[in-house]
Design a protein around this ligand. Structure first.
Ligand code: PRP
Length: 206
């Protein structure tokens, strides 16, 4: 019996492959998967999904372990065991906008994919703002006048730069996380331990 790992497609996927390779795993089946969403390796079954769905598959025990951005955990609060940070997927949350924009005479409008994180951040600072939820490309909102500023992830800073926006306030940093299903951690310890050992995260939790 092999563990099932749910992997976030996209940027984290590539970085996780490198992380696995550095630990001696044969990642060729994963790299050669084409459009397949399930892949078996010598060591585990991998399923590929969007970040929030990775958390859902782990929460429901379909996957034992998940590799997911911390943004998903903070925004969606899935009922999973958050094991430890991983040494990749490092980025930061920031408030960003047009550097030439003047402060509005009304309540500030913030566009974001992360309404819960944004609400909490401003509430903790005693500031009232209007939050507009978007599903992606949030940098468009201040450019087109839908919002004054955005709250979003900044990794390389290229998206902001190429759209003429700047960071106005750094919020906090984040990284990829390894999460686990609560029951799997108890019931499948024998098959999960080698994998978690190789991630060097076993001592903190098992
Ligand atoms: C994320 C984020 C920014 C961008 C930041 O979006 O929401 O738009 O990456 O990365 P950078 O600082 O390296 O440019 P993503 O690429 O996931 O696409 P989306 O906006 O459609 O969600």
């Amino acid at each position: 019996m092999k563990p099932v790992i749910a992997l976030t497609k996209g940027r984290l996927e590539k970085q996780f492959m490198e992380f696995l390779q550095e630990r001696g795993y044969d990642v060729r089946p994963l790299l050669n998967k084409g459009r397949k969403l399930q892949v078996e390796t010598d060591d585990f079954f991998a399923v590929f999904a969007k970040g929030i769905d990775v958390a859902t598959y782990v929460e429901h025990g379909i996957a034992d372990i998940g590799i997911v951005g911390e943004d998903i955990l903070l925004e969606c609060q899935p009922d999973v065991f958050d094991l430890l940070p991983l040494p990749f997927g490092k980025c930061r949350f920031a408030i960003a906008g047009d550097p030439t924009a003047v402060n509005p005479m009304r309540k500030q409008r913030i566009a974001t994919k992360y309404p819960n994180i944004t609400t909490k951040y401003f509430r903790e600072r005693g500031k009232s703002v209007d939050i507009l939820k978007l599903e992606g490309s949030v940098e468009l909102a201040p450019l087109l006048g839908l919002a004054d500023d955005i709250v979003d992830i900044v990794e390389t800073g290229s998206t902001l730069k190429e759209n003429g926006l700047v960071v106005k306030e750094e919020m906090f940093t984040l990284s990829a996380r390894c999460i686990a299903n609560r029951n799997s951690l108890k019931l499948k310890k024998a098959i999960l331990s080698p994998l978690l050992d190789s991630f060097r995260i076993e001592e903190a939790v098992i």
